[in-house]
Design a protein around this ligand. Structure first.
Ligand SMILES: Cc1cc2nc3c(=O)[nH]c(=O)nc-3n(C[C@H](O)[C@H](O)[C@H](O)COP(=O)(O)OP(=O)(O)OC[C@H]3O[C@@H](n4cnc5c(N)ncnc54)[C@H](O)[C@@H]3O)c2cc1C
Length: 378
C-alpha cells in the first residue's frame, strides 16, 4: 500500500491552496447570486472542470486527484459557500453531462461550464421527494419531437445564478425507478421560472432557490442520456458529489484545526496557554483524529472509484464521516475559542453553520447509514 502523492499532485495541491488563499476572498455576497468575477476566477484555475478531459476545457484529473484539489480549495478559500457552489456545479451538473451527454451536448455545455462563463445547477428534490428522491411528481410528457415539463423543484443550489439546470422528471410513471429521465434546461426557456432565493443558516454565499416548470417545452435533444435512465444517472452523480464535494470539508477541517491550535497556544488564562490544559489539548487531539480518519475513508473511496469499482458503501462511509466530523469540528472550534468563537466577526461560528447542512444535502446521514446497513446485508 502506497500513501504517497506524485510530485505533480503535490505541486497542484500547493498551487490550488495558494490560489484559493490569494484570489478567492473571505465572503462575497451579492443580490444577484454568485459573483461572476469570482466564478470566472474559479474557472481560470480549473476548479470548475477538474475531472473533465482537457479537450472539453477541464484539467483531466482522476477521482483521487480531483478530491485532493477540492480539499485544497476548502482549505485555502474561507468562503465555504462559494466552494459548495463549485462542487454542486461540477459534480451534479458538469459530470453527468460528461458521462452521459452526446457529442453536441458536450460541445455546447462543457467548455462554457468549465471556463466559468456559465453556472450549472442540479434540480431533483421536490416538496414531496426529499430523501425519497425517486418519488418525483414533475412530469415530462413526450409530444412529437419535444417534451413538455410540468412541476417544481424545491432546493436548487446555484438556482438564482444558473445558466443551465439539470432537471429530473418522470417520463413513465409505470416504470418506477426506470421511469425517470434527465433534461438540460437553459435559463430563459419559456415555462421555466426561478423562485426567490432562500435565506439560509449557513453557506449564505451559495444561492439556493426553488424552480417552477409550467408547460415548459424543450426539444427531445435536451434529454440527457436515454429515456428512463435518469435515476442511474442521478445515482452516479451523487457518487461523485458525496466523495469529491465532501473533500472540500476535509480541507475546511484542516484549516480550522490549524487556526484553533494556534489560538490554544497563544491564548493565556491562569498564566499559561489554554492548550496546556488536557481538557483543551485532548479536544484538539480528537479533532485531528476525526480529520485523519475521515480523510482516509475519502481517499480509499476515490481510489476505488479510479479502479472502476462502484464503491457505493465506501463513498457513503466517507460522506458520513466527513460531514459529522465537520459539524463536531465547528462545535469544538467554538468551544476552544470561548466567547470569541461565538462572535460572528471572528468567522469561527460560521464554520459550524456551514457544516450543519453537510449532514443533510447529497443524502442525509440517516440515508448514508441506510446504504451502509444494506451493504451489511440488513
Ligand atoms: C444547502 C442545501 C442545498 C441543497 N441543494 C440541492 C440541489 O442543488 N438540488 C437538489 O435537488 N436538492 C438540493 N438540496 C436538497 C437535499 O438534497 C434534501 O434536503 C435532502 O435530500 C433531504 O430531503 P428533505 O429536506 O426533504 O428531508 P426529508 O427527506 O423530509 O427528511 C427529514 C428527516 O427525516 C429523515 N428521514 C427521511 N427518510 C428516512 C428514512 N427512511 N429513515 C430514516 N430517516 C429518514 C431524514 O434523514 C431527515 O433527518 C439541498 C439541501 C440543502 C440543505
Amino acid at each position: 500500500m502506497d500513501f504517497s502523492w506524485t510530485s505533480e499532485q503535490v505541486e497542484l495541491y500547493e498551487r490550488a491552496v495558494a490560489f484559493s488563499r490569494a484570489k478567492l476572498p473571505e465572503e462575497t455576497r451579492t443580490e444577484q447570486g454568485l459573483p461572476r468575477e469570482l466564478w470566472q476566477r474559479c474557472g481560470e484555475f480549473g476548479f470548475l472542470g477538474l475531472p473533465v478531459p482537457e479537450r472539453h476545457g477541464g484539467l483531466g484529473l482522476d477521482t483521487l486527484t480531483t478530491a485532493r484539489v477540492m480539499e485544497a480549495l476548502g482549505r485555502g478559500c474561507a468562503d465555504t459557500g462559494l466552494v459548495f457552489s463549485v462542487g454542486a456545479h461540477l459534480f451534479a451538473c458538469v459530470l453527468p453531462i460528461l458521462e452521459s451527454g452526446d457529442e453536441e451536448q458536450k460541445a455546447r455545455y462543457l467548455p462554457r461550464l468549465c471556463s466559468g462563463e456559465w453556472v450549472g445547477a442540479n434540480a431533483i428534490s421536490e416538496p414531496e421527494a426529499g430523501s425519497d428522491v425517486f418519488a418525483l411528481k414533475t412530469r415530462a410528457v413526450r409530444e412529437g419531437d419535444s417534451y413538455v415539463l410540468d412541476g417544481g423543484k424545491s432546493y436548487v443550489t446555484n438556482g438564482p445564478s444558473a445558466d443551465v439546470f439539470l432537471v429530473y422528471a418522470v417520463t413513465n410513471p409505470a416504470h418506477g425507478y426506470m421511469g425517470l429521465s434527465a433534461f438540460l434546461l437553459e435559463r430563459g426557456t419559456p415555462g421555466l421560472s426561478v423562485g426567490r432565493p432562500f435565506e439560509k443558516m449557513g453557506l449564505s454565499t451559495s444561492p439556493t432557490s426553488p424552480i417552477y416548470l409550467e408547460g415548459c417545452r424543450v426539444p427531445a435533444s435536451a434529454r440527457l442520456g436515454a429515456e428512463g435512465h435518469g435515476a442511474p444517472l442521478f445515482k452516479r452523480s451523487m457518487q461523485w458529489e458525496r466523495a469529491c464535494l465532501f473533500a472540500a470539508y476535509v480541507g475546511v477541517m484542516e484549516r480550522v484545526l490549524e487556526q484553533t491550535v494556534d489560538f490554544a497556544r497563544q491564548r493565556k488564562q491562569f498564566k499559561r496557554p489554554i492548550g496546556k490544559n488536557q481538557a483543551v489539548s485532548h479536544r484538539l487531539a480528537d479533532m485531528k483524529q476525526r480529520l485523519e480518519a475521515s480523510r482516509l475513508l475519502l481517499y480509499q473511496a476515490c481510489w476505488r472509484m479510479d479502479r472502476g469499482e462502484e464503491a457505493v458503501m465506501e463513498v457513503s462511509l466517507a460522506k458520513l464521516a466527513i460531514s459529522e466530523a465537520a459539524v463536531q469540528c465547528g462545535l469544538d472550534a467554538i468551544q476552544i475559542h470561548g466567547g470569541m468563537g461565538y462572535m460572528t466577526e471572528t468567522g469561527i461560528e460560521r464554520v459550524l453553520r456551514d457544516a450543519i447542512p453537510s449532514t443533510i444535502f447529497s443524502g442525509t446521514s440517516e440515508i448514508q447509514r441506510d446504504i451502509i446497513a444494506s451493504h451489511l446485508g440488513l
